[in-house]
Design a protein around this ligand. Structure first.
Ligand SMILES: O=C(O)CCC(=O)C(=O)O
Length: 255
């Protein structure tokens, strides 16, 4: 297979920490993923992550409060339905990752491995963070791959990123106990001002480095925003023994 990424794209990823591929996944495949998501949301098919349990600001107070059963993530997307596994293993995705890592690729099943659903009313915003907080690996060179199944913009609670922030040194005082950038820190406020929206449409795919700072707002539209997200690393980058990253399992992939 011809290498999908140009030298310029690889340099852009190294420099800015993310790349967007427009229309990468056909509409039919997106429609199937959406319809499976809707059925599984309706059936509350486990494993699920509820907004009320995660407890970000503005989340329902408990599972029994109004909106308490609002789902934030359908977990374990890889084993949930073939349509998600096929995306996780898509040759076009894996070939791009092989180029970026410069070696064969593994999918880690600890996180994201999920279908993210941002609901109107009870879906919460997410503060500025780096995904590396989810994993323990020898190196922080992991890449999150985010597929939009609908329109993602400021109104629907789409992502914002700080270009180049994966290369920045962040002091411990800038982070809170969950590794979110503290909103009241003056250095952080300068960083927030550099944040830009990543607008996505159905079938667009965002690749971003696990040290790239990103955030997302609430969904003010009437429709649930749905995204499928997986995380990958190069085969030489091993999860730390005894951690969730090591326990969850991995899938070795070749384009
Ligand atoms: O959709 C959102 O609120 C952001 C989710 C996110 O960045 C994450 O789960 O790491």
């Amino acid at each position: 297979m011809e290498l999908p990424l140009s030298v310029t794209q690889i340099e852009e990823f190294r420099d800015r920490g993310y790349l967007v591929f427009r229309n990468m996944v056909p509409a039919l495949a997106c429609e199937l993923m959406l319809s499976v998501t809707q059925q599984q949301l309706h059936a509350a098919q486990p494993p699920l992550e509820y907004e009320a349990v995660l407890g970000y600001p503005g989340a329902p107070a408990s599972l029994d409060a109004p909106g308490g059963r609002t789902v934030r993530r359908l977990r374990d997307a890889y084993r949930r339905h073939e349509c998600f596994r096929l995306f996780a293993e898509d040759r076009q995705v894996v070939a791009r990752l092989e180029q970026l890592f410069g070696e064969p690729v593994r999918l880690n099943l600890a996180h994201h491995n999920s279908v993210m659903t941002k609901h109107p009313n009870f879906g919460t915003a997410t503060g500025w963070h780096r995904d590396i907080r989810y994993w323990s690996f020898a190196s922080s060179d992991l890449i999150s791959v985010w597929l939009a199944l609908g329109t993602e913009n400021a109104a629907s609670g789409g992502l914002k990123v700080i270009p180049g922030s994966h290369r920045m040194t962040i002091l411990p005082a800038q982070l809170d106990e969950l590794d979110f950038l503290r909103p009241d820190n003056a250095d952080n406020q300068k960083l927030f001002a550099q944040g830009i929206p990543v607008e996505l449409n159905k079938g667009d795919v965002l690749f971003f480095h696990s040290r790239l700072f990103h955030s997302a707002g609430r969904n003010t539209t009437p429709a649930i925003k749905t995204s499928v997200v997986f995380a990958y690393h190069g085969e030489s980058n091993q999860p730390t023994a005894g951690t969730r990253s090591a326990a969850a399992g991995e899938v070795a992939l070749r384009a």
